[in-house]
Ligand binder design. Structure first.
Ligand SMILES: Nc1ncnc2c1ncn2[C@@H]1O[C@H](COP(=O)(O)OP(=O)(O)OP(=O)(O)O)[C@@H](O)[C@H]1O
Ligand SMILES: Nc1nc2c(ncn2[C@@H]2O[C@H](COP(=O)(O)O)[C@@H](O)[C@H]2O)c(=O)[nH]1
Length: 183
């Protein structure tokens, strides 16, 4: 029987660089499986259904919840996001390392339902750098950036709840540290 690998949860404030770090890691290590979340948010330019997210409407998201298909879900800055349960469990059962990239509320829910999961907090080098990254990404209008930064203050305060903190100064360094934790 295959040993069940540990689930790794990567969390941290919007704009800190979670997706950038994960993309860098997975380019060199495609064997690490990244869960594709469902969301009611609209796609950004370049985002593809089934690759970056499963983009669903409110009714479809309600059904996912009602049918117990989500391992966890949360509302973040006006939209809902959730982790499809079956695919995560199937990959773990098959011995494949699984990575979730989710918000603080979701990380707390996973910790409650899967206490063996390792919770990793990605922190910015400074508040000013976080603002620069989120603004510089240019994917959200100023009012949404403000909303995400307000949430970020709460998320930064929750860092002690996590098993490990990685500071995203260098994408290469932090991706290597994350890989070592996943293994
Ligand atoms: N170490 C780094 N140094 C400088 N810029 C970075 C670094 N890591 C990421 N960035 C940049 O910061 C911006 C935000 O990164 P990214 O979209 O990966 O954040 P995120 O945490 O996934 O955000 P969200 O939670 O909103 O999806 C991007 O423009 C990215 O290129
Ligand atoms: N609780 C969950 N949070 C999730 C999930 N998928 C993504 N996220 C987090 O939402 C915010 C915003 O993401 P964005 O793509 O709109 O910038 C970010 O913190 C993601 O990590 C999920 O399935 N559950």
């Amino acid at each position: 029987m295959t040993d069940r690998p540990r689930l790794t949860v990567l969390s941290g404030p919007s704009g800190v660089g979670k997706s950038t770090v994960v993309a860098h890691l997975r380019k060199a290590h495609p064997e690490v499986w990244l869960s594709v979340s469902a969301t009611t948010r609209r796609p950004r330019p370049g985002e593809r259904h089934g690759v970056h997210y499963f983009f669903v409407d409110d009714e479809e998201f309600d059904k996912l919840i009602a049918n117990g298909e989500l391992l966890e879900w949360a509302e973040f800055a006006g939209h809902r996001y959730g982790t499809p349960r079956r695919a995560v469990l199937d990959h773990l059962d098959a011995g494949v390392p699984v990575l979730l990239e989710i918000d603080l509320q979701g990380a707390r829910l996973v910790r409650d339902s899967m206490p063996d999961a390792r919770l990793v907090f990605l922190a910015p080098p400074s508040w000013e750098e976080l603002v620069r990254r989120l603004t510089g990404r240019g994917t959200e209008p100023p009012e949404v950036v403000e909303r995400r930064l307000a949430v970020a203050r709460t998320e930064l305060a929750a860092e002690p709840e996590f098993d490990v903190t990685l500071v995203n100064t260098s994408v290469e360094d932090v991706a290597a540290e994350l890989l070592a934790l996943i293994r």
